[in-house]
Design a protein around this ligand. Structure first.
Ligand code: ZN
Ligand code: ZN
Length: 237
């Protein structure tokens, strides 16, 4: 029933606000096929989650310090289609972009790098209050998409303990990320595990910028028992 109403609302929204390509403005869909091929023609070079310098499979360099063992991201945030889709999703609450975001997630070498069945997929959850304001939790949607793709469980194992003001809701068009620019100090203890955690964890969020949010979430996972933590995001700022 809820799904049917969702489709009705989407139908009405499409009539009132016809979808247009985030890159060229062509009407019909959130991204047209030619902009998709231009934007996503090339493979992305992965980086170490600590120093953000190239790393073949996205794993942390031996000499670098991070609670993340590795990071996978589909595209740089500066990619015009990627940031157009993410902004439409997060700030305009347009959910018709989700099939395109799913295509981006499916470009990630998830099964190749994160093989095995001892992983649990965990979203870097929003605070409950922010979730109510936004109406959906984008990290939970990403975690579910990643988990379905890998046939793994998605568990909402982390709780955000602090409500913080949303950053850069609608700044002027910019190639800077809307992700987290807070310092590691600000985010210390920002997450708590709801339960004990076993095995390896794939932490999911939309954007990785300074890494402070994921680092805080990884700390909560490790404190609760995780043996390894990797980050998976759509975009890296
Ligand atoms: Zn286009
Ligand atoms: Zn490094």
């Amino acid at each position: 029933m809820a799904r049917r109403w969702g489709r009705v609302v989407q139908g009405i929204t499409d009539v009132l606000f016809p979808r247009a390509c985030v890159r060229c403005g062509k009407e019909g869909d959130d991204v047209c096929s030619s902009c998709w091929s231009v934007a996503f023609g090339e493979a992305v070079a992965l980086v170490c989650p600590s120093c953000q310098k190239p790393s073949v499979i996205g794993s942390r360099h031996a000499g670098c310090t991070s609670l993340l063992d590795g990071l996978l991201f589909a595209m740089p945030y500066a990619n015009s289609v990627t940031h157009g889709l993410l902004r439409r999703w997060k700030f305009d609450y347009v959910r018709s972009v989700e099939p395109h975001l799913k295509r981006l997630i499916e470009r990630l070498p998830l099964a190749e790098i994160l093989g095995g069945d001892d992983w649990t997929v965990v979203p870097v959850s929003l605070h409950e209050r922010r979730k109510r304001e936004r109406g959906f939790d984008q990290a939970a949607w990403i975690a579910k998409t990643v988990a379905d793709h890998l046939h793994l469980p998605a568990v909402n194992a982390l709780e955000r303990t602090r409500y913080t003001k949303q950053q850069s809701r609608r700044p002027a068009r910019t190639t800077k990320s809307d992700g987290d620019l807070r310092s590691k100090q600000d985010l210390k203890g920002a997450f708590r595990a709801r339960q004990s955690i076993e095995g390896r964890i794939i932490l999911c969020d939309d954007v990785f910028t300074s890494g402070a949010t994921m680092e805080a979430a990884a700390k909560a996972c490790r404190d609760a028992g995780a043996t390894s933590v990797w980050g998976v995001v759509i975009a890296k700022g």
